[in-house]
Design a binder for this molecule. Sequence first.
Ligand SMILES: CC(C)(COP(=O)(O)OP(=O)(O)OC[C@H]1O[C@@H](n2cnc3c(N)ncnc32)[C@H](O)[C@@H]1OP(=O)(O)O)[C@@H](O)C(=O)NCCC(=O)NCCS
Length: 181
Amino acid sequence: MLGSSMLTVKNKMHTKTPENSKTTTTDLVLPSDTNSINNLFGGELLARMDRVASIAAGKHAEQIVVTASINHVAFSRPVPLGSVLTLEAKVSRAFTTSLEVFIEVWNESRDNKIKTKVNEAIFTFVAVDKNGNPVKVPQLLPETEIEKQRFDAALRRRQLSLVLAGKLQAKDATELKALFD
Ligand SMILES: CC(C)(COP(=O)(O)OP(=O)(O)OC[C@H]1O[C@@H](n2cnc3c(N)ncnc32)[C@H](O)[C@@H]1OP(=O)(O)O)[C@@H](O)C(=O)NCCC(=O)NCCS
């Protein structure tokens, strides 16, 4: 039988930080990626976000992960043809089998190398076994102030997503309701 100190060590080993899952990709915007006014096509950006976020979720879960929902996406600025786009993804909260991932998108100007944030998104993944059944994920320990804010807000986003998916009754979304009280 494990003593309590052994259990503590075991639990610590199963806790990860957002930095542990940090994943960054950099890629060009080519003509085949654009819409009719030569800006990045929204669906192409979603696909790039899904890829980088699923790598981050997989690093955290150390299991197969599947995309369960897109909780938020903001295409705040157009991304012109020829842009050099950097996407950064980190796990922002882990629940039982699901985990939330924050993705930020930066456009680097060729002239002055200044990076401007152009988009952000929040995806939820579920870790599954090879038969597609949900399996447990390690817990997340946020470290920085922004990581702690994202961690707290993730519970509200989860409740909203589950209500919209018809998997949670609005009356049971207590954290979400508290926002309006
Ligand atoms: C995601 C999937 C595994 C969930 O399976 P399920 O049988 O609905 O599982 P459950 O209802 O037991 O939920 C499992 C977890 O997913 C979470 N979840 C399910 N739907 C969700 C949604 N819409 N938003 C947020 N979380 C969701 C649940 O809250 C639960 O999390 P928890 O264990 O951390 O509490 C299943 O729906 C699936 O395989 N979907 C297809 C995924 C896929 O192919 N994605 C690629 C894009 S096509």
